[in-house]
Design a protein around this ligand. Structure first.
Ligand SMILES: Cc1ncc(COP(=O)(O)O)c(C=O)c1O
Length: 344
C-alpha cells in the first residue's frame, strides 16, 4: 500500500467499506476519521441540526452526546434500564417532544440494546434511529447484526475496540445508499465531485493505511469475539449469585461481544484498590456521566439517579482476546481474595 503511493480515499478504503458493510449484514459503509465523526456525520446525513432534540442514553461515553451538540442540536438523556446498562426502552417514549428528530441508542460494552420496543416507538413518532455501535462490532440482536438494525449506524476503530485500527478511525453503515453518499460528501469537504463543494463538510476520512490494517484484522474479528464470549461466560459462572459483586445480566436473544465485562459493586473503590494490590488492573467506564462533565456544566438536566449510581458502582474486569486461561484465573482469585480481606 505504501509503495502504491495512494494514501487517501483509494482502493483499500473502498475494499474495506465493502467488506465491513457485508460483515454488518448491511448495504453500504463509509470510512471516516473517528467514531465521534461517524456519529456526527450519521446525524448530519439524516438532517439533524440546530433546534432539534436527539434522545440519547444518559449512561454512555461522552462522544454520543458531543456528536449531537456539535450539530447545534440538544441531547435529551434517558436513564438506563433497571439492572442493566443500556437505555431503558420504557422511558424513551416519555422523552419524545415535537422537536425530537432522532434517537441514538448505544450498544454499551458490546451488549445490544433491547431493540424492538425502541424501534416501535420510533415508528410511532416518525423518528430516525441511529445505532452507536462503537463498542459492539459483530454483536447480534435476535440473530441480526448490530449496524443493520437502525436507519444508520456509527462504529469506532479506536485501537482498544473489538475491531481496532493502529490509530483513529471510524465508519458509518446503512442500508440506504443515499445516506452513505451524503456521509461520503460530508467527510470530504462537502464535495461529491472534485472542487465542487455543495455542503459545509469536514475533512474526516479513514486513511488507506488504517483501512489496509483493518481489512487484515476483520478476518479475525469473529474468533476474537468468541474468545471474549468464552471469558465472559467463565466470569459470569464464577460470580453467579455473588453476595458482593453483581455480574452483568444477559438478556435473552442478544449476543454480546463483550467489549467490556462490567461488574457492579457498592464499595467499588475498596475493591479496585484490593485488585490493584494483587496486580489486577481494572478500569471504570465511566466515572463521570456526560451531564456531570465540565463540557455540559451550567445546563439544566433532569434528575438522573440511576445513571449517577452506575457511575459510582461500575468496574470493568480485564477482558480481551489476549487474556489467557491463567490470566483469567488470576483475576478471579484476586477478586475473591480482595473481597474476603475487605470484609475482615
Ligand atoms: C459509545 C462510544 N461512542 C463513540 C465513541 C467515539 O469513538 P472515537 O473514540 O473513535 O471517536 C466511543 C469510543 O471512544 C464510544 O465508546
Amino acid at each position: 500500500m505504501l509503495r502504491g503511493g495512494h494514501y487517501v480515499l483509494a482502493n483499500e478504503v473502498e475494499a474495506f467499506e465493502r467488506e465491513f458493510a457485508s460483515y454488518c449484514e448491511s448495504g453500504h459503509a463509509a470510512g471516516v476519521g473517528s467514531g465521534l465523526d461517524a456519529l456526527r456525520l450519521a446525524l448530519e446525513a439524516l438532517g439533524v441540526g440546530a433546534g432539534d432534540e436527539v434522545i440519547v442514553p444518559a449512561h454512555t461515553f461522552i462522544a454520543t452526546w458531543l456528536a449531537v451538540t456539535q450539530l447545534g442540536a440538544r441531547p435529551v438523556p434517558v436513564e438506563p434500564e433497571e439492572g442493566g446498562f443500556n437505555i431503558d426502552p420504557l422511558r424513551v417514549e416519555a422523552a419524545v417532544t415535537p422537536r425530537t428528530a432522532a434517537v441514538v441508542v448505544v450498544h454499551l460494552y458490546g451488549m445490544p440494546v433491547d431493540w424492538d420496543p425502541i424501534a416501535a416507538i420510533a415508528r410511532r413518532h416518525g423518528l430516525a434511529l441511529v445505532e452507536d455501535a462503537a463498542q459492539a462490532h459483530g454483536a447480534r440482536y435476535q440473530g441480526r447484526r448490530v449496524g443493520s438494525l437502525g436507519d444508520i449506524a456509527a462504529f469506532s476503530f479506536y485501537p482498544s475496540k473489538n475491531l481496532g485500527a493502529s490509530g483513529d478511525g471510524g465508519a458509518v453503515v446503512s442500508r440506504s445508499e443515499s445516506l452513505i453518499e451524503s456521509v461520503r460528501e460530508l467527510r470530504n469537504y462537502g464535495s461529491a465531485r472534485k472542487y465542487h463543494h455543495d455542503r459545509l463538510g469536514l475533512n474526516s476520512r479513514l486513511d488507506e493505511l488504517q483501512a489496509a490494517l483493518l481489512r487484515v484484522k476483520l478476518a479475525h474479528l469473529d474468533a476474537w469475539n468468541d474468545r471474549r464470549r468464552g471469558r465472559a461466560e467463565q466470569y459470569t459462572t464464577a460470580l453467579d449469585g455473588h453476595p458482593v459483586v453483581t455480574p452483568p445480566a444477559i438478556p435473552a436473544g442478544v449476543e454480546s461481544v463483550w467489549h467490556q465485562f462490567v461488574l457492579r459493586c457498592a464499595d467499588r473503590e475498596l475493591l479496585q484498590q484490593g485488585l490493584a494490590r494483587r496486580g489486577v488492573e481494572t478500569l471504570i467506564h465511566y466515572p463521570i456521566p456526560p451531564h456531570r462533565s465540565g463540557a455540559y456544566a451550567g445546563e439544566q438536566w433532569p434528575p438522573l439517579p440511576l445513571t449517577e449510581r452506575l457511575a459510582n458502582e461500575v468496574l470493568s474486569l480485564p477482558i480481551g482476546p489476549h487474556l489467557d486461561d491463567a490470566g483469567a484465573e488470576e483475576v478471579l482469585v484476586a477478586l475473591q481474595d480482595a473481597i474476603t480481606s475487605s470484609r475482615q
